[in-house]
Each structure stands twice: as C-alpha cells, then as structure tokens.
Design a protein. Structure first.
Length: 154
C-alpha cells in the first residue's frame, strides 16, 4: 500500500466509526489482526465483535479525527470521541491510534488513552479514586469483556 491508499483506508475506517457502522469497521480487519488498548487485547474476529457491540451501544456519540501520519502500510490517527457512558456519564476520550495495514486490511491496531482520566469521567467517584490503580483497571477490563461477550485482557 502506498501512503494515499493508507490515508483512504484510515478515512474509511474512522468515517465508519463516526457513522457508528461497526459492521463496516469489522470488515476492515485481516483474519489474523491484533487490537490493543487500555481495556481490550483482542485477535481476529473478536475485534469486529467489539466494534459492533460498542457502536450499537453508543449514545450521544460523536468523533473528530485527524490523520497525523499516512505512510505506506502504516498510519497514526489522533481521535477525540464524545459519548455518554452507561447512558449518563459524559466522556471526552482523547485517543492516539496506530494502525498497520496489509493488502488494504488492518493487521495491527493499537489505541492509547489516559485510563485514569477516562475512568474518572465514565465511572464517576470510583473511577476518580481508583482509576490509577492496576487492580481497578483489570477489574474494569474483565467487566467490559464479560459485558460484550469477549475474552478478557487480564
């Protein structure tokens, strides 16, 4: 893939996210793809299942993104997502995404964000108090995986 093909693929992926089209996002991953963020570590079809579940559950959802880098087969995207977590907690999550592509499909996707900041917004007082502790992050990861029917990161 050249840089323009990478840019086009990234735009299609994040435009699909903006439309809450989890099925379109799922179709963009290679069968052996890997995904990791502070909450999930997934492989293969579980990645698509995550996006489908998350986009179906999303409330008051919007994103803004910038393609910071689009090289041959690799891209970096700066993303800000706004949504209601649990239907009542407003969240603004600033995410740095790194994606590797082969033959037009995502083979590796890594999202980085400030988990304690996210937890404080999404979970209220417990998140503010406990969000910086590993045991709490592991607990949230297991709960999220269970809720979405996915394998746990920890």
């Amino acid at each position: 893939m050249n840089s323009e093909e990478t840019r086009s693929t990234l735009m299609h992926f994040y435009d699909s996210l903006a439309r809450r089209d989890g099925e379109a996002m799922a179709a963009m991953y290679a069968p052996n793809a890997q995904f990791e963020d502070p909450i999930f570590r997934l492989n293969g079809t579980d990645i698509g299942k995550m996006w489908i579940a998350l986009t179906r559950r999303a409330r008051d959802f919007s994103i803004a993104y910038t393609i910071a880098q689009a090289a041959a087969g690799h891209g970096t995207v700066e993303l800000t997502a706004h949504y209601l977590y649990g239907g009542r907690h407003p969240v603004t999550n600033v995410i740095l995404s790194e994606l590797d592509l082969e033959n037009g499909l995502i083979v590796r996707h890594r999202d980085q964000f400030d988990f304690p900041r996210w937890a404080a917004q999404a979970l209220g007082a417990p998140g503010r108090l406990l969000g910086r502790f590993q045991f709490f992050q592991r607990m949230i990861c297991r709960k999220a995986a269970r809720t979405l029917g996915l394998p746990a990161k920890y």
